[in-house]
Design a protein around this ligand. Structure first.
Ligand SMILES: [Zn+2]
Length: 619
């Protein structure tokens, strides 16, 4: 906290006192899905444009929830002075400030959606909790960048609610109004607040100048019962990240973990916190737990990779300007890889569980027919479109593949460094170089493609530009499996589902038989996706159709799996009765040798480099 205050004084003094907006946010009606905000903005007389943040860091898209902004009033000296929207920019509001006015008051209501689709602009509140993303409740003068204006915020919460946030604040015991220290708009938007009636706080590193905190809110107290081994895994995650990067770039860090079936489910990184929203029984239900375990390691890595080191075209200071996200295979892809590594090193996942996760990702990417037309780099460049697409046709469309394919590419880079240096160096050395240095406080060090290549070359001389370009620009069948094979393993297929797949199916409500007949379904039998060129695809099965019966028996996931298993050793197809719009059709589908699920198998020769990568680096 002490170091936090020092850093904030520095940030506050970077702008003139006159540029401080006083912001009051009222969460007392969050349980009825409405948040009210009022701000006092210093102004000069004449025309003024107020903006609502549009492009949000970490969401990589124009996702500010402008549709849900209502109740907008602008007053000068207590009198309503009105506003008009820029007809060519839905996020800009024009105001004429009367002569002699030095401050205006703007107020607004945010309607909080109840749909659990979408990221931070989706559902964020329930009867018992709320996650406040400040970008959703602020307006700012259009001529200011995020670091050129300060916000001094206060927040009122329902009686009996507590909060968790990385934003320093003052509040008495049991206070319902919390006053925050002034920070720049950029820092404010980067510092969400989790509030709730049922909250729990665990220190993962309790030292005052090194604090790492897990703040959880749930819809019922029982859901806060985090298993002891998972809590210990999170504590070891902090130690393993220290061993990997060598330095922290935050004053304190808060995992803000929401456990609720009433909110959207995702993780959103911030420099000193992460907004992680998962299903209510993620800890209570062992089947759901496995799926959750990789999330917090990913978000924590972002404090280094994505926040401290950030692609130069993804700078956070202008919430109105479009972004160039072509380096997301570093920003997200390297984060996904390091999160996968730290999940095992911290003991959150066992090495077999981590390998199962890798098998799932590799098989999924290997089967994507869309590789024929779309490069990995285009999935990054087009991320602002792809985050918004449905699951239907994912195999042919390709979607945000830069996450998992990033894992494969960075694994191959890690294995390559280890082989080039005969085990003397690894991607850990790259991380200490690329993500190290700095002051230990929040700051941003931008990079480009050339900086990534230069630091790889400093660790082990190689044609890294060629290595990376070949993999991100390739348009051909087959995922890049060189890291798995070079690491001493093979992607194979087994007749049993892995723990990772069972947990994924449980949480995402799916039935995955993609590698036997080509279909991903939801539990009700609606076809979610069809693998291009699979047997089902060749028979004309498409997303949106419903599977009604299998071999004349009404569909359930067990009926389908049993029918697939029974084909093992035969050439007999299964018969699928499908409903397409209002018509029924029965089709035969050949099965590839019974049930078939991704697995990882140790190669008969070669060193187990993946085992070395996943081994803990701390005691
Ligand atoms: Zn991420």
């Amino acid at each position: 906290m002490k170091r936090g205050l020092v850093a904030l004084v520095f940030l506050a003094s970077a702008v003139k006192a006159a540029d401080t907006v006083k912001l009051s946010v009222d969460l007392t009606s969050a349980p009825r899905h409405l948040i009210h905000a009022t701000m006092k903005i210093p102004v000069a007389a004449g025309p003024l444009v107020l903006r609502y943040p549009k492009w949000l860091p970490g969401e990589h898209g124009p996702t500010g929830p402008i549709k849900d902004l209502t109740g907008i009033f602008v007053k000068a000296n207590g009198k309503d002075i009105g506003w008009t929207r820029d007809p060519k920019d839905m996020f800009a509001f024009r105001v004429e400030v009367p002569p002699g006015t030095t401050e205006i008051e703007a107020s607004l209501d945010l309607l909080v959606p109840t749909e659990t689709e979408g990221f931070s602009s989706g559902a964020s509140a329930s009867s018992k909790l709320a996650l406040l993303s400040w970008n959703q409740v602020v307006l700012y003068p259009a001529d200011k960048k995020g670091n050129e204006i300060n916000y001094e915020a206060e927040l009122t919460v329902p009686a009996g609610w507590a909060i968790g946030t990385s934003l320093p604040y003052h509040a008495g015991q049991g206070a319902t109004t919390i006053r925050f220290d002034p920070v720049t708009l950029t820092t404010l938007i980067d510092s969400p607040v989790l509030a709730g009636e049922y909250m729990r706080t665990d220190f993962l590193d309790a030292r005052p100048d090194r604090r790492v905190v897990l703040d959880m809110a749930a819809d019922a107290p029982a859901s806060l019962a985090i298993p002891a081994d998972v809590l210990e895994g999170y504590r070891r995650l902090v130690k393993e990240a220290d061993a990997l990067f060598g330095v922290r770039h935050f004053d304190s860090y808060h995992f803000l973990l929401t456990l609720s079936d009433r909110v959207s489910h995702f993780g959103l990184e911030h420099h000193q916190s992460s907004d992680d929203r998962v299903r209510e029984r993620s800890f209570a239900d062992p089947d759901q737990k496995v799926f959750l375990l990789g999330l917090l390691p990913h978000e924590y890595v972002h404090s280094w990779n994505g926040k401290f080191r950030r692609p130069a075209d993804l700078m956070p200071d202008d919430f109105a300007a479009p972004i160039d996200s072509n380096l997301l295979w570093v920003y997200e892809g390297l984060t996904q890889y390091l999160g996968w590594v730290l999940s095992a090193r911290s003991g959150l996942r066992t090495i077999p569980q981590d390998l199962e996760d890798l098998a799932e990702a590799a098989a999924d990417l290997d089967a994507r027919g869309g590789r024929a037309w779309r490069s990995l780099e285009d999935t990054a460049t087009a991320a602002q479109l792809l985050y918004e697409t449905e699951d239907a046709w994912r195999g042919w469309r390709r979607d945000t593949d830069f996450y998992n394919e990033g894992t494969l590419i960075w694994l191959e880079a890690d294995v390559t460094i280890r082989k080039l240096t005969k085990g003397a160096r690894s991607l850990d050395d790259f991380c200490k170089r690329f993500h190290g240095g700095g002051s230990g406080h929040p700051e941003v060090k931008p990079y480009g493609f050339g900086d990534v290549v230069a630091d790889l070359n400093a660790v082990a001389a190689y044609d890294w530009a060629g290595f990376l370009k070949e993999r991100i620009n390739r348009r051909s069948a087959g995922a890049p499996l060189g890291g798995i094979e070079g690491g001493g393993w093979k992607l194979t297929y087994a007749d049993k589902r892995s723990e990772a797949l069972k947990s994924r199916e449980e949480v995402l409500d799916t039935v995955d038989v993609r590698y036997s007949i080509g279909l991903l379904l939801d539990k009700a039998g609606t076809i979610v996706d069809v693998i291009p060129d699979s047997n089902a695809w060749k028979q004309g099965v498409a997303p949106g159709m419903s599977l009604v019966a299998v071999n004349n028996r009404a569909y359930t996931k067990h009926v389908l799996r049993d029918a697939i298993a029974a084909t093992n050793g035969t050439t007999r197809p299964i018969k699928l009765l499908l409903k397409n719009d209002d018509y029924f059709r029965e089709i035969p589908v050949d099965v590839k040798g019974g049930e078939r699920y991704p697995a990882m198998t140790r190669a008969t020769s070669g060193e187990d480099l993946i085992g070395a990568i996943l081994a803990p680096k701390t005691k």
